[in-house]
Design a binder for this molecule. Structure first.
Ligand SMILES: Cc1cc2nc3c(=O)[nH]c(=O)nc-3n(C[C@H](O)[C@H](O)[C@H](O)COP(=O)(O)OP(=O)(O)OC[C@H]3O[C@@H](n4cnc5c(N)ncnc54)[C@H](O)[C@@H]3O)c2cc1C
Length: 458
């Protein structure tokens, strides 16, 4: 196993402290969502939304169009807050959950948008017919042409994020389509302010609405670009590259500012290689050793362009990292015994996690790979486990060649780890394996709150 090269003397190298725990509570998040919903529904009601319901058909449809429009904006605002990756929330929920909630809010936004359009057209169609309504709402009314373009973009982005479509697109293609949502949202903002009764005739409400949007835009610019420039000003450099197994390489990144960094085993960073053609793209890679002031180690499998470039990166290359992210860290374990399951390249986070455990955790590592050639750093993992009163079991070979149909069924897991129900289970690897382990562990009696994994967000 390659260890980061100490800067001057061994005594100067020490593990990085853990990032501060978030003090955000579920109730805080609930209160913010509740307050915003109350403001939105309150605005609608204050401007005659409730009294219009059940009045004439036109007034009812207009009222419903206003309510669904406001709820659409609220879902958009909440979704955008999540992609600021604010450490306050990330430390509590993890980036994977935040991205998944962002996706759900995007879907909710698209549903409200579709309803908003339908009610709007229904209301305008009453005096002059549907075609006239569509004509007015897509061009004749002020800012509606721009809004129509924005709405189409938002709907397309949501459709492109549905699993079926997403699986057909490359990550980059999906990501850049996704970025156009910012334009879509900005384009539809003006009609909210100048049309309808909610903001056009109420300066207090208008001031509030504009203020929260401006604040959010500033927050996003800082969190996405501000942090990027801070990281750019103090890049790390590749200090060691070690070939571990077929297509698998460990890369250590070092730099002076790591002395002030905080991170824990089990976490991951978004890694951006500052080389021609790659600087614009960042990829998530997990720490594969306990992070220290001497370096951050990542073990990467060559799967496509970025990971291939990273596994072949030259010593000294500048790399910037954003993070650390992830809440599947040794913090989730108290004094319980631990089962760590690593599949394929998922063994990286398992190793950094294992390194931070103590003998009281008696860690058992289940290492699943589909071929001998893929096995990486087995001696190192055995050394770490043995030093902590633990052991390693490997499961090698394609699924069809295994003795059992499901190596992660409750029976199979209990055979390998008889005291499973008393353990905390940590799992990292391909999504299908993570799900199989979660299922098997639950069936074997492990409480859900004792099973931890990083969820796939793509
Ligand atoms: C939290 C997390 C931790 C990870 N840790 C490791 C690790 O320690 N070692 C390792 O080898 N791999 C890890 N991965 C997977 C790694 O990020 C992808 O293999 C890598 O980004 C592939 O990019 P590519 O250009 O080489 O391949 P591509 O051919 O572009 O992508 C291959 C697949 O990787 C996924 N992917 C690509 N880009 C991204 C991205 N920016 N964000 C999320 N997923 C993406 C997509 O599913 C894609 O289909 C991790 C992924 C996540 C989500």
């Amino acid at each position: 196993m390659t260890r980061p090269t100490p800067t001057s003397s061994e005594s100067q190298v020490h593990p990085l402290p853990a990032p501060q725990e978030s003090r955000v509570l579920d109730t805080d998040v609930g209160a913010i969502i509740g307050a915003l919903t109350l403001v939105v529904v309150g605005l609608w009601s204050r401007h005659g939304g409730v009294t219009s319901l059940g009045d004439s058909a036109a007034k009812t449809y207009t009222s419903l169009a206003q309510l669904t429009g406001l709820l659409c904006s609220e879902a958009g605002l909440l979704g955008l807050i999540l992609i600021t990756r604010t450490p306050l929330m990330e430390r509590r929920y993890g980036l994977d959950r935040m991205f998944n909630w962002h996706r759900l809010l995007g879907e909710a936004m698209a549903i409200f948008l579709a309803l908003h359009i339908a009610f709007g057209v229904a209301a305008w169609a009453i005096p002059g017919g549907t075609m006239n309504a569509i004509q007015s709402l897509t061009g004749e009314e002020p800012y509606m042409a721009l809004t129509s373009v924005g709405s189409v973009i938002v709907l397309l982005v949501t459709i492109s994020s549905l699993k079926w479509f997403r699986n057909k697109l490359s990550y980059e293609m999906w990501y850049f389509v996704h970025l156009t949502a910012y334009f879509g949202l900005a384009a539809s903002f003006s009609h909210q302010i100048v049309l309808g009764t909610d903001f056009a005739d109420d300066s207090l409400a208008r001031g509030f609405w504009v203020a929260i949007h401006v604040a959010l835009v500033a927050w996003i610019i800082w969190s996405r670009w501000g942090r990027f420039f801070v990281a750019l000003a103090r890049p790390l450099r590749v200090s060691a590259v070690t070939h571990e197994a077929q297509g698998i390489t460990s890369v250590v990144l070092s730099g002076a500012h790591l002395r002030k960094a905080k991170a824990q085993g089990g976490q991951f960073y978004l890694v951006r290689q500052l080389v021609k053609g790659r600087w614009w793209q960042s990829n998530p890679f997990s720490l594969s050793a306990q992070p220290t002031t001497a370096g951050l180690r990542f073990t990467v499998k060559s799967r496509g362009e970025s990971s291939n470039a990273f596994t072949n990166i030259a010593l000294g290359t500048r790399v910037i990292v954003e993070g650390p992210y992830g809440v599947c860290t040794p913090d989730v374990v108290n004094s319980e015994k631990v089962l760590l399951v690593g599949g394929g390249i998922g063994i990286g986070p398992v190793m950094s996690f294992l390194e931070q455990l103590t003998p009281q955790h008696e860690p058992i590592v289940l290492y699943r790979v589909s071929s001998e050639q893929e096995m990486s750093q087995v001696k190192g993992i055995e050394g770490l486990a043995t030093a902590r009163n633990g052991s390693v079991q490997t499961l090698v070979g394609p699924r069809a060649t295994l003795k059992v149909a499901d190596p992660f069924s409750a029976d199979a897991l209990l055979k390998a780890v008889p005291d499973l129900a008393q353990r905390v289970v940590i799992v990292a690897g391909p999504e299908s394996m993570v799900k199989a382990v979660q299922r098997g562990a639950r069936a074997a009696g492990v409480p859900v709150e004792n099973i931890h994994a990083e969820r796939a967000w793509w």
